[in-house]
Design a protein around this ligand. Structure first.
Ligand SMILES: [Zn+2]
Length: 310
């Protein structure tokens, strides 16, 4: 099985990883490969999904105007314009709200995307090595999402690189889709390497059984935007929100919230977890409605998808 197809896939993966550095300048590398990537196989082609925007990714971004990491709450950061998920300052307008947000409209490697569309190549990527430890529960409702900030010491290693886990946060409905239907929610684990590169691990969350790991987090979830709350009594472990199957879809994208900065390494896991309807409703109420950016054009990018049968 690991013959030619494997070698080819491995080569592509090597390219994909190598392309990270060049990701900022969209064009070149990607474009070139998009052609050879006509190899398009499974990965499951599907249509466009109808999700909407995200938020937290950018919160991890030091540059993100909204980086309300510790302070949480209000979105009045020094001068960064206010934005939302609907209406006059909704996703379609983000790129016009500030020069700093230009990538939201002009970028060619934006997130989220539909993972099942054309441009997918089935391959078996190197497994992500998760090293998530428990962390004191430190949670913030920043008005765009509910985010759990992580204490130093947890990480993933993939592509020969270690990325420290900074935080995880949620979107409802999901931002990424596999096919035309969004999942009930999506959690993003935001990581950063020593040299400043971002890697986000995303997990789709289907409506279903109440999620016991989320029960703890939700119990501490601020009902409205406000400062970060830290508990010394409660600890959580992001590992409890990972599915059994951590094979992944990999592509180069962006933060899903303003300033929509590109160069983000996306790893969307194939496995899913579940969340109860009441839990979804509670989250949606806390963030004031849907917080998902619509899917963006794939353009010349390649999505490396997990093999159908692995
Ligand atoms: Zn996010």
């Amino acid at each position: 099985m690991k013959s030619l197809a494997y070698l080819f896939a491995a080569g592509l993966l090597a390219w994909a990883f190598g392309a990270q550095a060049a990701s900022q300048d969209h064009g070149s590398a990607d474009t070139g490969h998009a052609k050879s990537a006509a190899v398009d196989q499974k990965g499951g082609g599907h249509g466009a999904s109808a999700d909407k925007g995200a938020s937290a990714d950018k919160h991890a971004k030091p540059t993100g105007g909204h980086a309300k990491k510790a302070t949480g709450g209000d979105a009045k950061k020094g001068g960064a314009p206010h934005w939302s998920y609907a209406g006059r300052i909704g996703p379609e307008e983000w790129g016009k709200l500030s020069r700093d947000f230009r990538a939201c409209a002009a970028g060619a490697m934006q997130s989220p995307i539909d993972l099942g569309g054309r441009g997918s190549l089935a391959a078996t990527g190197e497994a992500i090595a998760f090293d998530y430890r428990v962390t004191p529960l430190s949670i913030v409702n920043n008005g765009h999402t509910v985010q759990v900030n992580y204490a130093p010491g947890s990480s993933i290693t993939v592509g020969g690189k270690r990325y420290e886990l900074l935080q995880f946060h949620f979107h409802a409905p999901s931002e990424h889709g596999v096919g035309s239907r969004p999942a009930a929610m999506e959690v993003h684990f935001v990581h950063k390497s020593a040299d400043g590169e971002l890697a986000v691990v995303g997990v789709l969350i289907d409506g279903g059984q109440e999620n016991l790991a989320l029960r703890e987090v939700w119990a501490a979830m601020p009902k409205r935007a406000g400062p970060e709350r830290t508990s010394n009594q409660v600890v959580v472990n992001g590992r409890d929100l990972l599915p059994d199957d951590t094979s992944y879809y990999r592509y180069m994208g962006s933060l899903t919230t303003p300033p929509c900065t590109e160069g983000v390494n996306w790893y969307m896991l194939k496995g899913r977890i579940e969340v109860g309807v009441a839990q979804v409703e509670r989250f949606a109420a806390a963030v004031g409605g849907p917080n998902a950016r619509p899917t963006q054009a794939l353009n010349h990018r390649l999505v490396v998808a997990p093999r159908a049968a692995n």
